[in-house]
Structures are given as structure tokens and as C-alpha cells.
Design a protein. Structure first.
Lengths: 554, 222
């Protein structure tokens, strides 16, 4: 009975959340009496019948205005979400984080590069990071999350605006495709709950390309095989992103700045726990099947994150992730002064990825990559540009917190991005670089001049700059939590319980199998060898004695 | 004095001995795999096998302890210094000179003084050390919040390992000593059939024939 209830809870919750229960009920009724079909698929409203949507929209913000005439509180909700603010005050450290404030190991920072970076902003028209999105009077973009036609997109450099007819030649979308004009009326009349495409078109392309940033979020997740993602695969649970990241008031659980690294609460009662996206909130705290093996595996739950065993590798399914970005080689040109582009990495899906670009430097890529493992309590700190760094050491862009003794820490898998990026060598601080700006004479990607690019970036961010720069080695940590493999493909015990295993660097654990020749092992082996040696010597003496005396004891 | 074939190892004792032997070999094999000293078995199956064998052995010990206490056979393991010196002298000296083993087995005292001390230490030191540390390790989740738990776990693991290696050393010496004196086969046979050749006094012989006829075989007709 208990087992039945437990297995029902996630199913009920999923059904309620995705609205899957309704079609089931409808199908049942249709069979019963052959009544006329009940209208509506997964909503009580058919947006194509709304009068306010029967017109030609000239811009994205016009559509938003129409939405708000019914959804009166939606804009206020969205404008208080991290998708719109790009700002997050960390409740533990007080640090002001979010895209608006941090420097990363990829393109650096948003400041100075706004219309390119804010092309993925959940709003329209934010083109100055020195103002908040609200101060900049950006308008929330409803369609990017609620389009159900699949045609809505944003241009790659348009501060969040969609491509509208006539689309200038050469315009690209945020996923790197050739931009086609969006029919705003058709999109507006076909809105609905978010699908994976709505989230993925931005989040799968973080860092300016497919799977560049996260490692566990790529275009493969539009239609993954079961072995790549057991939850999102059509052969698996066919989840959308919001099956786990359940929204309420346009707020979503699942922060990368403040991760719930250890969930000891489990499923909670039915209908509870919408504000977490943890594995435990569906699977509970003792998810392994009853039995000796299940018991031993459940015993690991207070040391390991579920992800540690259940995501054995990231960047699976054919799309690679960037693992090294060395900015220090950028601006190296051909002899005739023209920029170099090399694409020597071939992914399993056949695509070629850049390995060197004069405007960006040197890249390395990985697929089916083994994560690094660290104790993690969910707190992420950032070495923002106002902090002093030690350029003689490798700088951690986002040091992660956690320790073996703390009850809120677990061993987590990470993608550890390796960087070499510019810093202010006079002030020993990370810098903002103006990389994108086809029309400026300072942008790095058009002018290939570091001095100008950093000076312009620092001016755009309103930061002081000594005028001298260098390159510092960095690490950036990306917790791995998507691309959960089917249970049968989880890590085997011996992946870690072995000499030179995956947990080799982890401290604060007593892990059998990791050090066969520890003190006790060596001492014990000597004891056994001494006994065996003693026996052999004793036996030899006996043989020798019996031969020399000729006597034999019967 | 007469040499007679007397049952010295009752059925339960033989069952206990051989089952224990098999389980100890399983435990050594799986345990060494868990420690990482051989790759004959993967870590996961090794752990499961180790736990099952250990729990089985503990159950067996519970029965064996009960058996020893209720049958009075625990007395075989009471240490004595009487004759100990002679046995030690035999193993380090006499054996090389073709001397006979100085100990004469009695049906009520089947171990020589060195043997009984060795078995006693095995039973009251090594076995408890290994199963107590084993149970503590198995119950890790019940005490992991104790301050310094990881360091304590290391201590527990090390004691467990050392006890295991000491038991392995015991097994080596134990098997080797079966070659001392009589032949190996003659040493092993009593633990299979239960019967061993014992020098009986006339009184003992009369007692066994009269009161425990099942324990003494009829005099060989030779």
C-alpha cells in the first residue's frame, strides 16, 4: 500500500502539472458515449478567439500589451523574476550576482555587449547594463516562453526583439540559424504552456553556441534518446523542462547560484513542494529498490548527490561542450592581417566546432566527458570584477562552497571550465571586455585590439581600469544535473571504489577500495607473508632434518 | 591403555567447522576484493557477498556459542600451562629430530595446550574484533553524525582489516600444522567422520562402551 502511494505521488504530480490528466479523462468519456469532442487541448482558453489578438502586431511589446489586458499581473511577476532582472542577491553571502553582475570564463560579461547578450533576455530592448532592466524600460517578452507554433525566435543581436518582415539579409537567430520573419499574430493566437523548445532555444545555447556553457544542456534534449536523458526522452518520461522546474508566479526553482545541494525532505505530501526541482522531490530520499543492494545505495544518499552516480558523463548524445577557452591567443592573425578561423573538432553528430578564432582565441571541446567531483553545499560565490585576484594562481571564477563535515553538503559532479582570460594587471581585478560591436572601433571581434576593447568594456561597466592588462588562468564550475541516464547506466560502484577511481581527490570520506595498500593493508599483508614464510622455512627444516637423519615419522 | 576409534567431533561441531571454513574463504575473497587487493570480483557484488556471508557466519556463531555453553565443550578451550612448554619445544626443535608429538589426545580434551590457546585467542579476540568492527561499519549510517565519524570509521576499518589478515595467517598456520605428525589426510579425516584414534584408559574405555556406545567403534577384529 505504501509502495503504491509512493509510486503514485510523482505520477499524479506530473499529470497535474503538465495537464496530462485532462486528455485521459476526455478520452475515457469519448469512448463511453460518443459525445461531441470537448474543445480545448490543455487549456480552458482558445487564444485564437480573443478579439484583442485579431490584429497585425508591429512589434513584440505590442503583443505583450495585448496579453496584459487579460493576464493583468503577469508583467509584474515576470519583472520580478531572474529571467527578466538578470540580477540575484545571494541570501547567504549577500553578493549581487546574475548575468548583469558576474564575469564568466566565456565571453566575459554582458556590459559593453548588450544587444548581442540581451538577445536572450526575456524582454525587449535592454541595451544598457548600467541600468536595471526595469530602469531601461525593457518590456517582458511573453512569447519567447509561451509560443506553441515553434516559429517565434529572437535575432542574435537585437536586444531581445524577434525578426520581423522585412528581415535584413544576414540576420541570425539566437540559435545561430538564418532568421525568418515571425508572424506575431499567429504566434499570439497560439500561446500555451511552455515546451522544451521555449526554454532550450536560450538555455541550450548559453555561451553563444550549442552546449557551449553548461555541458548538460544541449540541443540534443529537443529529442534525446533514452540513454541520454531518461526524463526528457520520448521513450522515457517525455518531460518538458517545467515538469521539474515547476513555475509559480513566474518564479522557477533550480538556481545555479544557490543550489539545493542536499534535499532531505523527499517528496512531501501530494501537492506540496512545487518550489524545488530536486530529484528527491519526486523520487524521495530512499529511491533504490528494497533489498540489500538498495539499502547500501540508499546509504550513499547522505554523502552523494543523486547526479553523481546517475549522470556518469555529460555532453552526451552528439553535441560537444566547450571545456577550454584561452583568450590569450586571440588577435593572432594570418600573415596578411586577416582573421583566422579553424574548426578542427568534429562532433559525433558530424558538426565541426571552432578550435581557433582570431577574435576569440583557442578552444577545446569534450563529449561524454567525465565530471570533476567536489563537496558542495549549493553556495556559489563569484569573483566579480570588484574583487582582488592573485594572478600567480589559477583564479576560480565561481568558488563553490561545501565541506565533508557539513550536513548540507554532498559530493556533486561538475563541468570544470578551464579559461585564460584578461585581467587588469595594475589593479589585479578581472575586467569587462567590449567584444561585440560591429559598428564600434573598439570591439575586440571587429578591431582585434585588446587595449581598446578592455578600456571600452570597463567604461561601459562603469569600472576603473589601470590601463594595463594580462591574462590569468581560471576555472569555472558548472554543476551537472541534467542528462540523467537510465538506472541501468548509472555509475558502477567500482568507478569510485577503486584505486585511481573518480573520487580519488575527494577528502573526508572513508571509502573502501580506494587505497588497497594503506597502513593496515600493508601491515596485514606483511603478517600473512611472515606466517607463510615461517611455515615454508619450518617445512624446509623438517624436510632437511628428515633426509639427513633418514628418520620418518609415520 | 588401548587405541580405540572414538567420536571426538559431533555432527554439529563438524557442520560448524566446515561451514565456517567455507564462509571464511568467501569473506576473505570478497573482503580482499573490497579492499582492492584483487580484481577477481567487482566491488558491488563483493560487498553484497561479503555482507551475506558475514551475516550467515554471525548466525552460525550464535548457534555455536549456544552449543559450546550447553554441551560443556567450552572446557576444551580453557587454557593450561601444563605441557605447553613441551609442545612449543617440539615445534621448534623436536620435530626436526623425528621426535613424536608430546601431546596425547584425550576424548574429553582434544586440543593440545598450544592449540587450545590459539583457538581461544581466535574465538575471544580475532572473531569478535572482526564481527564487531564489521557490524559497526555496516551500521555506518546510524552513527555517521558522531563528531569525527570519518576518522573513527578509518579506525574501525583498520581493525577489521588487521583482524582479517590475522585470521588469514591463522588459516595458513592451521592448514600447515595438519601436516605435522600424522599425514594430512589422517588429520583431516576426524573432522569429516567425527572419529579419531584415541588412547583410552581402561576406565574410559569401559565408560564409553557402557554409557556412550555411539561414541566408540567396536574393537577392530585383528
Amino acid at each position: 500500500m505504501v509502495y503504491l502511494l509512493r509510486s503514485l505521488v510523482p505520477a499524479v504530480r506530473h499529470a497535474l502539472v503538465s495537464g496530462a490528466a485532462l486528455p485521459v479523462v476526455m478520452a475515457g468519456m469519448a469512448l463511453a458515449q460518443e459525445a461531441p469532442a470537448i474543445p480545448g487541448s490543455d487549456s480552458t482558453a482558445d487564444h485564437s478567439k480573443f478579439e484583442i489578438l485579431q490584429k497585425d502586431f508591429a512589434s513584440g511589446p505590442e503583443v505583450t500589451e495585448a496579453c496584459l489586458s487579460c493576464h493583468t499581473e503577469a508583467d509584474d511577476q515576470v519583472m520580478h523574476s531572474i529571467h527578466f532582472e538578470w540580477e540575484y542577491e545571494h541570501p547567504e553571502t549577500g553578493q549581487l550576482l546574475g548575468k548583469r553582475n558576474v564575469v564568466n570564463a566565456f565571453c566575459g560579461a554582458v556590459a559593453g555587449n548588450e544587444p548581442r547578450c540581451t538577445s536572450c533576455h526575456a524582454g525587449y530592448g535592454w541595451d544598457n547594463m548600467r541600468e536595471s532592466s526595469a530602469q531601461a524600460q525593457a518590456t517582458p517578452d511573453c512569447l519567447v516562453c509561451h509560443d506553441r507554433t515553434g516559429q517565434y525566435t529572437k535575432t542574435a543581436t537585437g536586444a531581445g526583439h524577434p525578426p520581423l518582415a522585412p528581415v535584413p539579409e544576414g540576420t541570425k537567430t539566437i540559435t545561430g540559424k538564418k532568421a525568418k520573419p515571425v508572424d506575431l499574430t499567429e504566434v499570439a493566437q497560439n500561446v500555451g504552456k511552455t515546451r522544451r523548445e521555449n526554454c532550450g532555444n536560450c538555455h541550450f545555447y548559453g555561451g553563444g553556441g550549442d552546449n557551449v556553457k553548461h555541458g548538460d544542456l544541449s540541443s540534443v534534449l529537443y529529442d534525446p534518446e533514452r540513454s541520454v536523458d531518461v526524463h526528457m526522452s520520448p521513450e522515457g518520461e517525455d518531460f518538458t523542462c517545467s515538469s521539474c522546474h515547476v513555475a509559480d508566479q513566474h518564479q522557477w526553482p533550480g538556481s545555479r547560484y544557490n543550489v539545493m545541494a542536499a534535499d532531505t525532505e523527499g517528496t512531501g505530501k501530494p501537492g506540496e513542494r512545487r518550489r524545488v526541482a530536486t530529484c528527491q522531490s519526486c523520487h524521495g530520499n530512499t529511491p533504490h529498490p528494497a533489498g540489500l543492494k538498495g539499502m547500501k545505495l540508499n546509504d550513499h544518499a547522505d554523502t552523494l548527490a543523486c547526479q553523481t552516480c546517475h549522470i556518469p558523463e555529460f555532453a552526451r548524445g552528439g553535441v560537444a561542450t566547450k571545456t577550454v577557452w584561452d583568450w590569450s591567443t586571440a588577435t593572432r592573425m594570418k600573415e596578411d592581417g586577416s582573421p583566422i578561423v579553424e574548426s578542427d573538432y568534429t562532433e559525433r553528430d558530424g558538426d565541426h566546432r571552432h578550435t581557433f578564432m582570431s577574435k576569440k582565441g583557442t578552444f577545446e571541446w569534450a563529449e561524454y566527458a567525465e565530471p570533476v567531483y567536489e563537496w558542495f553545499n549549493g553556495q556559489v560565490e563569484y569573483n566579480t570584477a570588484d574583487r582582488k585576484i592573485d594572478p600567480d594562481k589559477r583564479v576560480e571564477i565561481n568558488p563553490i562552497h561545501g565541506s565533508p563535515d557539513a550536513p548540507d553538503s554532498r559530493i556533486w559532479p561538475f563541468k570544470r571550465m578551464q579559461g585564460s582570460q584578461p585581467y587588469d594587471s595594475g589593479r589585479n581585478e578581472l575586467v569587462y571586455t567590449h567584444v561585440w560591436g560591429p559598428e564600434t572601433d573598439t570591439a575586440l571581434w571587429t578591431n582585434f585590439d585588446w587595449e581598446k576593447a578592455i578600456e571600452a568594456g570597463m567604461a561601459a561597466a562603469g569600472e576603473e581600469y589601470s590601463g594595463e592588462f594580462g591574462f590569468v588562468d581560471t576555472y569555472m564550475y558548472w554543476p551537472i544535473t541534467h542528462m540523467v541516464a537510465p538506472a541501468e547506466e548509472a555509475l558502477d560502484c567500482k568507478a569510485c571504489h577503486a584505486e585511481g577511481g573518480r573520487m580519488e581527490e575527494i577528502t573526508g570520506v572513508n571509502m573502501p577500495g580506494r587505497a588497497p595498500f594503506g597502513t593496515a593493508g600493508i601491515f596485514g599483508l606483511l603478517m600473512v607473508l611472515a606466517t607463510a614464510g615461517g611455515v615454508v622455512v619450518h617445512a624446509l627444516f623438517r624436510i632437511f632434518a628428515s633426509r639427513s637423519k633418514g628418520g620418518h615419522h609415520g | 591403555m588401548a587405541k580405540r576409534s572414538v567420536k571426538v567431533y559431533p555432527r554439529f561441531e563438524r557442520f560448524w567447522h566446515w561451514t565456517q571454513m567455507a564462509l571464511i574463504f568467501v569473506l576473505l575473497f570478497t573482503g580482499l576484493a573490497i579492499t582492492g587487493l584483487h580484481g577477481g570480483l567487482d566491488f558491488g557484488p563483493a560487498v553484497i557477498g561479503h555482507i551475506i556471508a558475514a551475516l550467515a557466519l554471525i548466525v552460525l556463531w550464535v548457534f555455536a556459542i549456544f552449543w559450546h555453553l550447553t554441551t560443556g565443550t567450552w572446557k576444551h578451550y580453557v587454557p593450561t600451562r601444563d605441557g605447553l612448554g613441551r609442545v612449543v619445544r617440539f615445534y621448534v626443535w623436536g620435530i626436526f629430530r623425528g621426535e613424536h608429538h608430546p601431546y596425547r589426545k584425550a576424548y574429553w580434551r582434544k586440543h593440545n595446550p598450544l592449540q587450545s590457546i590459539a583457538y581461544l585467542l581466535l574465538k575471544v579476540v580475532l572473531f569478535p574484533a572482526i564481527w564487531i568492527t564489521g557490524l559497526i561499519a555496516l551500521g555506518w549510517n546510524l552513527w555517521e553524525t558522531v563528531p569525527g565519524a570519518t576518522a573513527w570509521a578509518q579506525v574501525v576499518t583498520n581493525i577489521h582489516l588487521l583482524a582479517a589478515f590475522a585470521i588469514a595467517a591463522f588459516v595458513i598456520a592451521h592448514v600447515y600444522l595438519l601436516t605435522v605428525g600424522h599425514s594430512f589426510r589422517e588429520h583431516v579425516r576426524p573432522m569429516i567422520t567425527g572419529f579419531d584414534t584415541i588412547d583410552l584408559t581402561a576406565e574410559e574405555e569401559a565408560y564409553l562402551e557402557a554409557d556412550e556406545p555411539g561414541r566408540i567403534k567396536p574393537r577392530a577384529s585383528s
